[in-house]
Design a protein around this ligand. Structure first.
Ligand SMILES: [Ca+2]
Ligand SMILES: [Ca+2]
Ligand SMILES: [Ca+2]
Length: 175
């Protein structure tokens, strides 16, 4: 399961589908999320950009073994062995994303906004809905941002299994 998850996370990070991770992938994700986060404060959007940039730096520092500025899938799978190294970066990212999901600060995120942000990160519509439903939305079709934030943190941990974010894994690759 851990390696399958690492491969899935790798393919999501590879925003330009070049087959390797580069800084430009994280710039591209930042652009997409920024476009999806209209209505959020500029400072919150900048915080997301900064979170993605420093996440890339941490990944490159630890995983780009041959120092060519790109992370191959083989190099990336090294993160399965030491997920704790990336926890800090994932936490900052999850917080920044949660803030973008809740511009009015009431602690809840609506389905359309959830959809827009998750689509920006490359998740597919069916999987996004399944995850939203797993969070048990209110009658107003909102879920708690806190629940989502902790699911994001779990999701990007390659060693985690049996989590809400498993709804984001296409059925055929679940084990
Ligand atoms: Ca790429
Ligand atoms: Ca490399
Ligand atoms: Ca809200």
């Amino acid at each position: 399961m851990a390696l399958a998850r690492a491969e899935l996370i790798f393919s999501l990070f590879d925003a330009d589908a070049s087959g390797e991770l580069e800084m430009t992938d994280f710039d591209l994700m930042a652009d997409r999320v920024d476009a999806a986060a209209s209505g959020s404060e500029m400072s919150d959007r900048h915080a997301m950009r900064a979170a993605l940039a420093s996440w890339w730096e941490v990944l490159a520092d630890h995983l780009d073994v041959d120092r060519d500025g790109r992370i191959t899938l083989d190099e990336f799978c090294g993160c399965v062995l030491s997920p704790e190294r990336f926890e800090g970066a994932v936490e900052v990212f999850a917080r920044a994303l949660a803030v973008l999901g809740d511009p009015d600060g009431d602690g809840m995120i609506e389905r359309p906004r959830f959809h827009a942000l998750m689509t920006a990160f490359g998740f597919s519509p069916d999987n996004i809905d399944a995850l939203f439903d797993a969070f048990e939305p209110t009658d107003d079709d909102e879920v708690e941002v806190r629940t989502w934030e902790s699911a994001i943190k779990d999701y990007y941990r390659p060693d985690k299994a049996g989590i809400a974010g498993d709804h984001l894994v296409p059925a055929q690759s679940r084990r």
